[in-house]
Design a protein around this ligand. Structure first.
Ligand code: MN3
Length: 232
Protein backbone atom coordinates (compact mmCIF):
# COMPACT_ATOMS: atom_id res chain seq x y z
CA UNK A 1 0.00 0.00 0.00
CA UNK A 2 2.79 2.41 0.83
CA UNK A 3 4.29 2.14 -2.62
CA UNK A 4 1.30 3.60 -4.41
CA UNK A 5 1.27 7.08 -2.87
CA UNK A 6 5.07 7.26 -3.17
CA UNK A 7 4.86 6.39 -6.85
CA UNK A 8 2.11 8.94 -7.38
CA UNK A 9 4.21 11.54 -5.58
CA UNK A 10 7.11 10.75 -7.85
CA UNK A 11 5.01 10.91 -11.01
CA UNK A 12 3.51 14.19 -9.91
CA UNK A 13 6.94 15.80 -9.98
CA UNK A 14 6.76 17.81 -13.11
CA UNK A 15 10.40 17.56 -14.14
CA UNK A 16 12.01 14.42 -15.42
CA UNK A 17 15.15 13.81 -13.46
CA UNK A 18 15.04 10.31 -14.85
CA UNK A 19 14.90 9.41 -18.53
CA UNK A 20 13.30 6.13 -17.58
CA UNK A 21 10.23 7.93 -16.23
CA UNK A 22 10.04 10.12 -19.33
CA UNK A 23 10.34 7.12 -21.67
CA UNK A 24 7.61 5.28 -19.75
CA UNK A 25 4.97 8.01 -20.09
CA UNK A 26 1.63 6.98 -21.58
CA UNK A 27 -1.43 8.96 -22.66
CA UNK A 28 -2.86 11.28 -21.52
CA UNK A 29 0.31 13.36 -21.61
CA UNK A 30 0.88 16.64 -19.79
CA UNK A 31 3.41 19.44 -20.14
CA UNK A 32 5.85 19.32 -17.22
CA UNK A 33 6.45 22.58 -15.33
CA UNK A 34 9.78 24.22 -15.97
CA UNK A 35 12.24 23.36 -13.19
CA UNK A 36 13.28 27.08 -13.06
CA UNK A 37 11.82 30.53 -13.70
CA UNK A 38 11.14 31.68 -17.27
CA UNK A 39 13.65 34.50 -16.87
CA UNK A 40 16.40 32.49 -15.20
CA UNK A 41 18.20 31.58 -18.44
CA UNK A 42 18.37 35.18 -19.73
CA UNK A 43 22.13 34.97 -20.37
CA UNK A 44 21.29 32.67 -23.28
CA UNK A 45 17.49 32.48 -23.76
CA UNK A 46 15.11 35.36 -23.01
CA UNK A 47 12.04 34.94 -20.79
CA UNK A 48 9.50 35.59 -23.55
CA UNK A 49 11.01 32.86 -25.72
CA UNK A 50 10.94 30.44 -22.79
CA UNK A 51 7.32 31.32 -22.00
CA UNK A 52 6.05 30.91 -25.58
CA UNK A 53 8.22 27.84 -26.18
CA UNK A 54 7.05 26.03 -23.05
CA UNK A 55 3.46 27.28 -22.63
CA UNK A 56 2.44 27.39 -26.31
CA UNK A 57 4.69 25.21 -28.48
CA UNK A 58 5.16 22.34 -26.04
CA UNK A 59 1.49 22.49 -25.01
CA UNK A 60 0.45 22.25 -28.67
CA UNK A 61 2.52 19.08 -29.20
CA UNK A 62 0.94 17.54 -26.10
CA UNK A 63 -2.61 18.47 -27.10
CA UNK A 64 -2.19 17.02 -30.59
CA UNK A 65 -0.44 13.91 -29.27
CA UNK A 66 -3.29 13.27 -26.82
CA UNK A 67 -5.77 13.56 -29.66
CA UNK A 68 -3.80 11.06 -31.76
CA UNK A 69 -3.10 8.53 -29.01
CA UNK A 70 -6.43 8.51 -27.19
CA UNK A 71 -7.20 4.97 -26.05
CA UNK A 72 -3.73 3.67 -26.96
CA UNK A 73 -1.56 2.03 -24.35
CA UNK A 74 1.88 2.69 -25.82
CA UNK A 75 4.60 4.34 -23.78
CA UNK A 76 6.78 6.93 -25.49
CA UNK A 77 9.82 4.68 -25.92
CA UNK A 78 7.74 1.92 -27.54
CA UNK A 79 6.07 4.52 -29.69
CA UNK A 80 9.48 5.73 -30.93
CA UNK A 81 10.74 2.21 -31.59
CA UNK A 82 7.73 1.66 -33.86
CA UNK A 83 7.47 5.22 -35.16
CA UNK A 84 7.89 4.20 -38.83
CA UNK A 85 4.53 2.43 -38.45
CA UNK A 86 2.84 5.37 -36.71
CA UNK A 87 1.14 8.35 -38.32
CA UNK A 88 3.10 11.53 -39.05
CA UNK A 89 1.07 13.26 -36.35
CA UNK A 90 2.17 10.72 -33.72
CA UNK A 91 5.78 10.94 -34.89
CA UNK A 92 5.86 14.75 -34.88
CA UNK A 93 3.91 15.36 -31.69
CA UNK A 94 5.33 12.38 -29.79
CA UNK A 95 8.82 13.58 -30.65
CA UNK A 96 7.79 17.14 -29.82
CA UNK A 97 6.64 16.13 -26.36
CA UNK A 98 9.64 13.96 -25.51
CA UNK A 99 12.23 16.32 -26.98
CA UNK A 100 10.94 19.37 -25.11
CA UNK A 101 10.45 17.50 -21.81
CA UNK A 102 14.07 16.37 -22.15
CA UNK A 103 15.32 19.80 -23.24
CA UNK A 104 13.93 21.63 -20.18
CA UNK A 105 15.84 19.27 -17.88
CA UNK A 106 19.24 19.76 -19.52
CA UNK A 107 19.09 23.52 -18.93
CA UNK A 108 19.86 25.31 -15.67
CA UNK A 109 20.95 28.68 -14.34
CA UNK A 110 22.45 27.04 -11.27
CA UNK A 111 26.20 27.71 -11.40
CA UNK A 112 27.02 24.44 -9.63
CA UNK A 113 25.04 22.48 -12.20
CA UNK A 114 26.67 24.45 -15.04
CA UNK A 115 30.09 22.96 -14.20
CA UNK A 116 31.12 20.02 -16.39
CA UNK A 117 31.93 16.99 -14.20
CA UNK A 118 35.63 16.05 -14.52
CA UNK A 119 34.86 12.47 -15.51
CA UNK A 120 32.48 13.45 -18.31
CA UNK A 121 34.83 16.18 -19.53
CA UNK A 122 37.66 13.65 -19.74
CA UNK A 123 35.49 11.19 -21.67
CA UNK A 124 34.39 13.88 -24.11
CA UNK A 125 37.96 15.14 -24.61
CA UNK A 126 39.14 11.60 -25.28
CA UNK A 127 36.37 11.00 -27.81
CA UNK A 128 36.45 14.34 -29.65
CA UNK A 129 40.11 15.35 -29.26
CA UNK A 130 39.48 18.37 -27.02
CA UNK A 131 36.67 20.20 -25.28
CA UNK A 132 36.74 22.93 -27.93
CA UNK A 133 36.58 20.38 -30.75
CA UNK A 134 33.55 18.80 -29.13
CA UNK A 135 31.80 22.16 -28.83
CA UNK A 136 32.69 23.02 -32.42
CA UNK A 137 31.34 19.69 -33.72
CA UNK A 138 28.11 20.08 -31.74
CA UNK A 139 27.61 23.68 -32.90
CA UNK A 140 28.40 22.67 -36.49
CA UNK A 141 25.79 19.91 -36.43
CA UNK A 142 23.26 22.46 -35.20
CA UNK A 143 24.22 25.09 -37.78
CA UNK A 144 24.11 22.57 -40.63
CA UNK A 145 20.67 21.23 -39.73
CA UNK A 146 18.63 22.63 -42.61
CA UNK A 147 15.28 24.01 -41.50
CA UNK A 148 14.04 22.83 -38.13
CA UNK A 149 15.43 20.12 -35.90
CA UNK A 150 17.67 19.12 -33.05
CA UNK A 151 21.32 18.43 -32.34
CA UNK A 152 22.13 15.66 -29.87
CA UNK A 153 24.93 14.12 -27.89
CA UNK A 154 24.01 10.45 -27.56
CA UNK A 155 25.43 7.26 -26.17
CA UNK A 156 25.27 4.88 -29.10
CA UNK A 157 24.93 1.11 -29.23
CA UNK A 158 28.73 0.75 -29.10
CA UNK A 159 28.66 2.57 -25.76
CA UNK A 160 30.38 5.58 -27.34
CA UNK A 161 29.42 9.22 -27.21
CA UNK A 162 28.37 10.54 -30.61
CA UNK A 163 26.96 13.80 -31.99
CA UNK A 164 24.00 13.58 -34.32
CA UNK A 165 21.22 15.76 -35.65
CA UNK A 166 17.60 15.01 -36.48
CA UNK A 167 15.03 16.90 -38.59
CA UNK A 168 11.73 18.28 -37.27
CA UNK A 169 10.78 16.52 -34.00
CA UNK A 170 12.58 13.26 -34.71
CA UNK A 171 15.05 12.00 -32.10
CA UNK A 172 17.71 9.27 -31.86
CA UNK A 173 15.34 6.91 -30.01
CA UNK A 174 13.23 6.58 -33.17
CA UNK A 175 13.54 3.61 -35.51
CA UNK A 176 13.81 6.09 -38.40
CA UNK A 177 16.86 7.89 -36.97
CA UNK A 178 20.05 7.47 -39.05
CA UNK A 179 22.13 7.46 -35.84
CA UNK A 180 20.40 5.73 -32.96
CA UNK A 181 21.31 6.20 -29.34
CA UNK A 182 20.20 7.37 -25.94
CA UNK A 183 20.24 11.18 -25.78
CA UNK A 184 22.54 12.66 -23.14
CA UNK A 185 22.22 16.30 -24.22
CA UNK A 186 20.09 18.03 -26.84
CA UNK A 187 19.67 21.49 -28.33
CA UNK A 188 16.50 22.65 -30.03
CA UNK A 189 17.48 24.48 -33.23
CA UNK A 190 13.99 25.35 -34.40
CA UNK A 191 13.70 29.10 -34.97
CA UNK A 192 11.05 29.26 -32.22
CA UNK A 193 13.82 28.35 -29.74
CA UNK A 194 15.93 31.44 -30.43
CA UNK A 195 14.43 33.85 -32.99
CA UNK A 196 13.19 36.61 -30.64
CA UNK A 197 16.65 37.18 -29.17
CA UNK A 198 18.93 36.04 -32.00
CA UNK A 199 16.83 36.42 -35.17
CA UNK A 200 18.72 34.55 -37.92
CA UNK A 201 21.88 34.07 -35.82
CA UNK A 202 21.51 30.42 -34.84
CA UNK A 203 25.29 30.24 -34.40
CA UNK A 204 25.20 32.82 -31.57
CA UNK A 205 22.37 30.97 -29.86
CA UNK A 206 24.40 27.76 -29.99
CA UNK A 207 27.50 29.53 -28.62
CA UNK A 208 25.52 30.80 -25.64
CA UNK A 209 23.84 27.44 -25.14
CA UNK A 210 26.99 26.22 -23.33
CA UNK A 211 26.44 28.71 -20.49
CA UNK A 212 23.09 27.22 -19.38
CA UNK A 213 23.62 23.46 -19.52
CA UNK A 214 22.71 21.36 -16.50
CA UNK A 215 25.74 19.07 -16.63
CA UNK A 216 24.71 17.43 -13.39
CA UNK A 217 21.56 16.20 -15.14
CA UNK A 218 23.56 15.17 -18.22
CA UNK A 219 26.10 13.19 -16.23
CA UNK A 220 24.09 11.69 -13.36
CA UNK A 221 20.61 11.18 -14.71
CA UNK A 222 21.19 10.81 -18.42
CA UNK A 223 24.57 9.12 -18.86
CA UNK A 224 25.28 7.22 -15.64
CA UNK A 225 21.73 6.05 -14.96
CA UNK A 226 21.55 4.53 -18.44
CA UNK A 227 24.89 2.78 -18.03
CA UNK A 228 23.81 1.33 -14.70
CA UNK A 229 20.64 -0.02 -16.27
CA UNK A 230 22.69 -1.47 -19.12
CA UNK A 231 20.50 -0.05 -21.88
CA UNK A 232 21.60 -1.35 -25.27
MN1 MN3 B 1 11.04 23.71 -29.62
Amino acid sequence: MRKVPLLLMFLSFSTFASLESLNALKPPYTVPDLPYAYDSLEVAIDAQTMRIHHDKHHQAYVDKLNKETEGKNLNLLTLFKTVSKQSDAVRNNGGGHWNHSFFWTVLSSNKDQNVVPIKLKAEIEKKFGSWDKFKEAFEDAGKKRFGSGWVWLVRNAKNELEITSTPNQDNPLMDVAPVKGRPILGADVWEHAYYLKYQNKRDEYLKNFWTIINWKQVQEYNLEAQMKRGDF
